[in-house]
Design a binder for this molecule. Structure first.
Ligand code: 13P
Length: 257
């Protein structure tokens, strides 16, 4: 059975001191959380400090990105080797990386492979823009992104995929849960085509885009959605913890049904 994952993407927010404060508040409410996997993804400069706050708790640490080489003349880059002791997860292919830093299918694919070599679980983000959505190109875009990132590699059920429609990110306009469920089902089908059906069945697929404690239950109650990737709402410990608790209890209810 796929276990729910709630990951907080702190994006380019928080000084190191603020990140430690936020992580400490998360530790206070989630220090003994059960029934759900939880991760927070601070900036690179705060990774070590946040790791120390959350060490020995069920809350894992993730990076927001990574480069695909281990070492060398790559000014400004952070390698998987540098984060491997600290991070259980690393986000790759986020639409903000694609938009502001020119990332594409090829670099994302190399990042996925590099993380795999280092035993770090990628959270691979895919999703269409508003224009693509309105032009009926959602499926085409997702197929291209998934094929680009995963095609040519051997099946790996550890990877996590996050469906993040770009128009729902940071807008307060989350997608409709039943539509997300259908799209996630298509993503799973596509992974089944690229790899195989058994692997696709095991892979966790999250939803991201304006998730809050108000709407999270509608997403995690859906059969295909295995958790959430939370941006803005993860910057408030009380709100993030509410999201996690709701995800944990929803899972238990699902298991009893
Ligand atoms: P928001 O939750 O702020 O919409 O951000 C979603 C996101 O991009 C998570 O990676």
């Amino acid at each position: 059975m796929r276990r729910q994952l709630v990951a907080g993407n702190w994006k380019m927010n928080c000084s190191v001191g603020e990140a430690v404060q936020l992580a400490t508040a998360v530790r206070e409410c989630l220090g003994s959380v059960v029934g759900v996997d939880v991760a927070v993804c601070p900036s690179f400069v705060a990774l070590q400090s946040v790791y120390e706050v959350l060490e020995d708790t069920p809350v894992s640490v993730g990076a927001q990105d990574v480069f695909y080489e281990d070492a060398g003349a790559y000014t400004g880059a952070i390698s998987p080797l540098m984060i491997e002791g600290l991070c259980r997860y690393a986000i790759v292919g986020h639409s903000e990386r694609r938009k502001w830093f020119g990332e594409d299918e090829q670099s994302t694919s190399r990042k996925v492979s590099a993380l795999r070599r280092h035993g770090i679980t990628p959270i691979l983000c895919v999703g269409e823009s508003l224009e693509e959505n309105l032009a009926g190109k959602t499926r085409e875009v997702l197929v291209r992104q998934l094929e680009g990132a995963l095609g040519g590699s051997t099946p790996w059920n550890e990877i996590v995929v996050a469906y993040e429609p770009v128009w729902a990110i940071g807008t307060g306009k989350a997608a409709e849960a039943d539509q997300v469920n259908d799209t996630v089902s298509e993503i799973r089908g596509q992974i089944g085509t690229i790899w195989d059906v058994d692997t696709a069945r095991d892979i966790r697929i999250l939803y991201g885009g304006s998730v809050t404690s108000e709407n999270v239950a509608s997403f995690v109650g859906m059969s295909e959605i295995d958790g959430t990737l939370v941006g803005g709402a993860s910057l408030r410990a009380d709100e993030f913890c509410q999201i996690v608790f709701q995800s944990a209890s929803m899972r238990k209810k699902g298991a009893l049904d």
